[in-house]
Design a protein around this ligand. Structure first.
Ligand code: ADP
Ligand code: 5GP
Length: 187
């Protein structure tokens, strides 16, 4: 896989840290980057569109895709399954396009094993309290989901030293500029 001409960049970090917000800002400035659309068994949040934010699948359909080796990686997170469809990532890399994945820790570890040449960035919050404020401020998760995400966040934050780079998402504009620098893009 590492012989494919396109470069693979992966962004991870705890839920609510602002990964989606950072990626949106990055793609607005760099439309040449191809963002992988994941599959998930979670229910859509208000405003999320199937095929645009995620491919929303039933557990059965997701498991069939797992059995058919259709995912580059997949993991369970806060009670739902998430996975990166394999074929489009490989096709975009083969075409020489920069590819971006935004996924959680277990998936990042799987990708590290299959794409050793990829570059992995861990996004950190200014504090745990600010992380909780952001998850709650998003206003889209149930109390149960928030509790699971915060418990998982403690484990994920401890894994930051495994990554090629750590990115503090304090001031959003500064963080986007830093992300561009890490990816070797011109501001
Ligand atoms: P993730 O994709 O990591 O789960 P989101 O991108 O959904 O996180 O962001 C979670 C919440 O935090 C959103 O309401 C978003 O607007 C807010 N947010 C993101 N980045 C920042 C930032 N740098 N400063 C303040 N709030 C932020
Ligand atoms: P959310 O439910 O907030 O959209 O996503 C929950 C977590 O799942 C986030 O940390 C997000 O990065 C991660 N995630 C999204 N897509 C994938 C994927 O394809 N694979 C893995 N392993 N994690 C994903």
């Amino acid at each position: 896989m590492s012989a494919l001409p396109g470069r693979l960049t992966l962004i991870t970090g705890p839920s609510g840290v602002g990964k989606g917000t950072l990626v949106k800002g990055l793609l607005e400035r760099h439309p040449e980057i191809w963002l992988s659309i994941s599959a998930t068994t979670r229910a859509p949040r208000g405003g999320e569109v199937d095929g645009e934010h995620y491919f929303f699948l039933s557990r059965d359909a997701f498991e069939r895709q797992v059995a058919g080796a259709g995912f580059l990686e997949w993991a369970e997170f806060a009670g739902n399954l998430y996975g990166t469809p394999r074929q489009p990532v490989e096709a975009q890399l083969a075409a020489g396009r920069p590819v971006l994945l935004e996924i959680e820790l277990e998936g990042a570890r799987q990708v590290r094993r299959s794409f050793a040449a990829g570059f992995q960035i861990f996004v950190e919050p200014p504090s745990f309290e600010e992380l909780e404020r952001r998850i709650r401020g998003r206003g889209s998760d149930s109390e149960d989901s928030i509790a699971r995400r915060l418990a998982r966040a403690r484990i994920e934050l401890a894994a930051a030293p495994e990554f090629d780079a750590r990115l503090l998402n304090g001031n959003l504009e500064e963080a986007i500029a830093q992300l561009e620098k890490l990816m070797g893009l011109n501001g």
